[in-house]
Write a new protein. Structure first.
Length: 77
C-alpha cells in the first residue's frame, strides 16, 4: 500500500463509528490524504466532484455509509 492509501484506511477506521451518524445510509464518502475529501448521494455525483477537484486517482478510498466492511477478506482460488 502507498502512503495515501494507508492514511485513508486509518482515517476510515478512526471515523468508522461516526460516519453512520454524519451521513444517511448509502451516502458515498471519499477519503483522500487521510481526510474526507468529498461526499455525495450517488456514485456518479461523487466521481464528478472528485474529478473536479483533481482527486480522481485510484488511491482515493470510497465507502458508503451504513455498509459493513469486514476488516479482512479471504479470496479462495
Amino acid at each position: 500500500m502507498n502512503s495515501n492509501q494507508d492514511k485513508n484506511q486509518a482515517a476510515f477506521y478512526r471515523l468508522k463509528g461516526e460516519l453512520d451518524s454524519r451521513f444517511p445510509p448509502g451516502h458515498f464518502v471519499a477519503f483522500d490524504n487521510g481526510e474526507i475529501a468529498v461526499d455525495a448521494s450517488s456514485f456518479d455525483e461523487l466521481t464528478g466532484a472528485l474529478a473536479a477537484l483533481g482527486k480522481d486517482r485510484p488511491d482515493v478510498l470510497v465507502i458508503q455509509a451504513g455498509v459493513h466492511y469486514p476488516d479482512e477478506v479471504f479470496i479462495l482460488l
